[in-house]
Design a protein around this ligand. Structure first.
Ligand code: ADP
Ligand code: MG
Length: 728
């Protein structure tokens, strides 16, 4: 019998490095080539139409249909030059992958021929059948229609032969069925809330932007090895697999030279990304073997998130050209690091001030501290839903599993900012405070060093860390849509800023100067955040779990329970008062989350059961037969002493039998548990039941991994960790 696994591994190992398709041009020459950006608008739209569209993008002014027709006409001319034949509304339903339905541009010309046609109406709105997208019961079957509506703030782009129009996706009755709609509402809320505070410092400010810079981690696996693992194909992760003798313990992968086949993939990916206007900046090896990261230059949050979704889509297309498959799952391999997507987040004014970076002067620093402290207060108040916003069946493998992030949302400030907060508290009340920057003569009491990025400590165990000019929300999962986390964070911050401004107005009305008033409102907040949400220690430690519970932070570790936090009064008040979600939308979203959780675990459980019965047990039995043959022959050859001579095979025969029965018993119990879970009506109850099933998968895995350790290597049908993780 030939060993299939051996052949597959040989094929994978012998793959050649492909030539990269990027032309000999500079990236700056083709950057944004496939995006209908300002430059294209200028070239393809007449001046009046250009002005109207820019006004719509920058100031939210509505676009009338005849102008939209002209915009569509300009887009069409540009698109046809690039060989476009189809258009699609591109949206982000709650399935966690983007959706598109292509329509050809072909129309009858009413003269017996065909022409390419594209008008304002089909640019602005489409009506896809919404019935097959998750909606959490919002959609009754008789009103299955959903609308996609153009988001002009995110530019139209070309993928292959299709013009893609970024859109929001809402139900017939107006509820959001996607990630983009609430994100846009939350970004507006935080801008509106921050504005009246910024204007106290600079009346010229008219808008506050949210910025996002994501760091996308991923694994690359050879496609031949991938194809031989049903678990990877079906669930995106390995459900079984004994640890490799060597994995990440030497730390020799992190930042090491990029393997050549991987480097070719990265260059091709960057080429595709640049054409789509995605400002990819960083590429490197990550901690685990065959784990990598890419990150762009940060940008406006909604756009940057769209770009993350775009790059997640094209990663796999490009990878296949190089014989790889990209794994975006948070935990494809047990026992080594999983993948996250750090969300670097900050706020900035349209006048160019970064609000979470130390200012140029005393006033700038006061503004910085104001925003800094209010963000901490928001994270403190809403730590439960921030955790819920990143909770999923797949991210559950990272959460609380002694790996970034812990299942408690706290904030890490670093030594400098911790000292600054303590010093601010020591000031006698009513003292006008100035916080001096480096460039000015120091008149204040607290110095914030100007160069400060380099002296922020790194605390890898913190889910929400200040890194000098931004906060880094590290708990987001690698497969997630960043919008979930960004919507929640923005809403929380918006609510806090509104409350702060209200308190501040009372102090100002009492006649206090601005500096005094701000500090008087900030001080109790500082005291509270230092005591509760700020934590500089080891987020993985047992002591922290106890301490965090004592401080009143949410320490829940079960994903179905975490999700419930969205329904608490605190959460509902925040989201509804800001108009980000209605009560109905919140309830529907929870149902979708629970449903997705259950379904993902259901799939894993089915795959696990089938692999155990169809792959693992047969391999174990084959080996056991070999051992039995050995014992029989021993007995024939050495009738007297065979028990002693065949001691090892006998021991293995026994062990295999007991491991096989263990697997069988556990799989049966798991199937039974699934049967019960499936009868539950409530999505929450079902998710809870599937949470228990998820734990039982770990128990099934143990005897399987044990078998992998003892069964003849030639008979093991599944590529092993040492192969999947080290061939590239
Ligand atoms: P590290 O791995 O050290 O955290 P990276 O350079 O890999 O840093 O990624 C940092 C990300 O943070 C990049 O996307 C970068 O553009 C982004 N970033 C930098 N400054 C800001 C900021 N003020 N607001 C939002 N994102 C930022
Ligand atoms: Mg980072």
């Amino acid at each position: 019998m030939g060993n299939l696994r051996f052949d597959v591994v040989q094929d994978a190992f012998k793959k050649k490095v492909l030539d990269v398709t990027a032309p000999a041009m500079r990236p700056s020459e083709y950057f944004g080539e496939l995006v209908f950006n300002r430059d294209k608008m200028r070239r393809y739209l007449d001046a009046k139409v250009f002005d109207a569209l820019v006004d719509c993008i920058d100031n939210g002014c509505p676009l009338d249909l005849s102008t939209a027709d002209k915009v569509a006409e300009g887009m069409k001319v540009w698109a046809l030059e690039h060989g476009v034949t189809h258009i699609t509304h591109w949206f982000q339903p709650l399935t966690e992958v983007t959706a598109e339905k292509h329509d050809s541009l072909m129309e009858y010309d009413r003269k017996g021929g065909m022409i390419e046609s594209f008008n304002g109406k089909s640019l602005i709105q489409q009506e896809p059948d919404a019935s097959s997208f998750p909606n959490g019961g919002i959609r009754a079957t008789f009103e299955a229609r959903g609308y996609t509506a153009w988001d002009p703030t995110s530019p139209v782009f070309i993928q292959d032969d299709t013009l893609c129009i970024p859109t929001v996706f809402i139900s017939y009755t107006g509820e959001a069925l996607d990630y983009k709609t609430p994100l846009k509402k939350a970004l507006k809320a935080v801008s509106d809330a921050a504005l009246p505070i910024c204007q106290l410092f600079d009346p010229a400010v008219s808008k506050v932007h949210s910025y996002l810079g994501w760091e996308q981690e991923y694994f690359l696996v050879d496609e031949d090895l991938y194809a031989a693992r049903p678990d990877l194909i079906m669930t995106g992760r390995t459900l079984m697999g004994h640890a490799s003798s060597k994995d990440q313990q030497l730390g020799d992968h992190y930042f090491a030279a990029i393997p050549s086949r991987v480097a070719a993939f990265m260059k091709d990916l960057e080429f595709e990304g640049y054409k789509l206007g995605i400002p990819l900046k960083t590429r490197h090896n990550e901690v685990a073997p065959n784990q990598f990261e890419l990150a762009p230059i940060f940008g406006e949050c909604n756009l940057s998130n769209d770009q993350n979704q775009m790059i997640m889509n094209i990663m796999n297309t490009v990878a296949r050209k190089h014989g790889f498959v990209v794994l975006l799952h948070e935990k494809p391999f047990d026992g080594i690091n999983g993948s996250g997507k750090h969300n670097n987040w900050s706020l900035g004014t349209d006048t160019g001030t970064m609000l979470l970076a130390p200012g140029k002067d005393a006033r700038g620093n006061l503004q910085f501290v104001t925003f800094f402290v209010n963000v901490l207060a928001a994270v403190q108040k809403h730590n439960s839903i921030l955790k819920a916003s990143i909770a999923s069946a797949t991210n559950a493998h990272r959460l609380g599993a002694n790996e970034a992030p812990p299942a408690i949302v706290s904030a890490f400030l670093g030594r400098t900012m911790t000292e600054v907060l303590h010093k601010l508290l020591e000031l006698p009340s009513g003292t006008p405070i100035e916080i001096a920057g480096k460039k000015e003569t120091s008149v204040g009491l607290v110095e914030i060093p100007e160069i400060f990025l380099d002296n922020t400590d790194r605390n890898r165990t913190s889910p929400f860390a200040f890194t000098g000019n931004r906060f880094e929300f590290r708990a987001v999962g690698s497969s997630a849509n960043c919008a979930g986390a960004m919507t929640t964070l923005s809403g929380a911050v918006a609510e806090q800023l509104i409350a702060f401004r209200k308190e501040l107005d009372k102090e100002l009305d009492a006649g206090k100067p601005l500096e005094v008033a701000i500090m008087d409102v900030l001080k109790p907040i500082i005291r509270s955040v230092i005591d509760v949400v700020c934590f500089e220690g080891n987020g993985y430690s047992e002591e922290w779990k106890k301490e965090a519970a004592r401080r009143g932070l949410d320490t829940e570790t079960s994903v179905p329970e975490m999700i419930k936090a969205f329904s608490t009064k605190t959460s509902v008040e925040m989201f509804t008062s800001l108009g980000i979600f209605s009560v109905k939308e919140l309830e529907a979203r929870n149902d979708v989350k629970w449903e997705m959780y259950s379904k993902k675990i259901q799939i894993e459980a089915r795959v696990m059961g089938r692999m155990a019965i169809n792959h693992v047990i047969p391999a174990a039995l084959s080996y056991q037969n070999k051992l039995l043959e050995n014992v029989t022959m021993m007995k024939e050859t050495f009738p007297e002493s065979y028990l002693e001579k065949a001691a090892v095979p006998l021991e293995f025969i026994d062990l295999i039998s007991s491991l096989i029965s263990d697997i069988r018993r556990k799989v049966d119990a798991m199937v039974e548990a699934r049967r019960k879970a499936n009868t539950l009506e409530s999505e929450y109850e079902k998710a809870k039941a599937y949470h228990a099933i998820a734990e039982s998968l770990l128990a099934i895995r143990q005897p399987i991994d044990k078998l992998e350790e003892i069964v003849d290597n030639d008979l093991w049908p599944l590529p092993k960790y040492r192969e999947i993780l080290f061939i590239n």
